[in-house]
Ligand binder design. Sequence first.
Ligand code: PA5
Length: 437
Amino acid sequence: MSMKLSKEFSKPFYTDAEYEALVPEAKKALETVKENYAKGVSPLGWYTLPSDYDKEEFARIKECAAKIRKMCDVFVVIGIGGSYLGARAAIEFLQGNFHNNLRKDGPEIYFAGTSVDGDYLADLLKICEGKDICINVISKSGTTTEPAIAFRVFRELVETKYGKEEAKKRIFVTTDKNVKPGTLKEFATEGGYESFVVPGNIGGRYSVLTAVGLLPIAVSGADIDAMMAGALEAKEEFDNFDLEKNICMEYALLRNVFYRKGKKFEMYASYTPAMELMGEWLKQLYGESEGKDGKGIFPVSAIYSRDLHSLGQYVQEGERTMFETVLEITAPKVDFAIPTAETDMDGLGYLEGRNMDFVNKNAFRGTALAHQDGGVPTIVLALEKADEKNFGYMVYFFELACAISGYILQVDPFNQPGVEAYKKNMFRLLGKPGYTN
Ligand code: PA5
């Protein structure tokens, strides 16, 4: 078991009866996942992905990543939402916040197409000046505006710099395999770019363990075999209706216990800054999956202790409508010792001989106790260390928990009809043909 769930700071907030009342619903929700997968009625391809992925494409991802690592100084990943968050979360989780400065070999990796801000694109273009570039454009639908604009900009850059023929070797496309007019797939086929597939039965926010996430992650030098092995471990562990042995189902259940008791916000907190993008990935996964039909827990995220100096006041004393899920890394990569000093002017003498992790773990315990006193329950999910296997495990854990939780809430965890509303207005305001009324 790579992850442990602790209820030490959440148990005081519910009764056994409240917990037991949800057990049949949680089991039924897991049953629904299995049934809907078997019937093929929902995009549940991710459910069996760890054991049932396209091995030929997987090998091609690794070959292609090795090629890209040699061919360029800068690798630009273009995508939005589920088409970028997982890859970025993985790279930062594994290689830290300064991965681009510290990577020993392989290119710097940047993300584009996540906004329509020209300044961001202009800055990224400056970074690319004088450097060898490869790009990976990722869009399941193949029609999303933000990545389409960024792709147009970077395609032009690559074609101008290398010429059309050489550019073909530097542009990689990840999209749905159905060639429909006006989509990225049609573009890739026409352009002769190497393409990877987003499986039809896997939605964007559940796609990090497909080519969507795996190509950029492999380009970072990470071991994607280990990642899939971690996901497989999770899949096997959570195929279990015994709550004592299934922390995934238990996590989904606990969230709903709190939701029914008026806790409408879930704060994903971590004491490890490299988990920041993991928080963003979780917000998308849970926000898009559950926030519909007037229901859903609103996911927020924070990095502590940094955000204890900003959001901490609200968490401690604001509206009592929040619970927290802390993602703890049990063993840090480096045992960083607090330096000794000649004088004790900074008052840190009592910590000499201790390491940073000792301080961090006590910051966490002190905070969890304070939040408990302030009426905020904390679920603790502790992962032994930040490696590829654990990343795969954690991704599968949260994807399955999200599906179970969505079914307990009685929403469809796989659609996102609300995302269309802003697009319609934006297209009308921009004068896109077909949207002018
Ligand atoms: O989870 C989802 O389906 C969405 O958030 C998508 O990932 C996001 O909208 C990007 O879509 P696409 O990959 O089609 O460009």
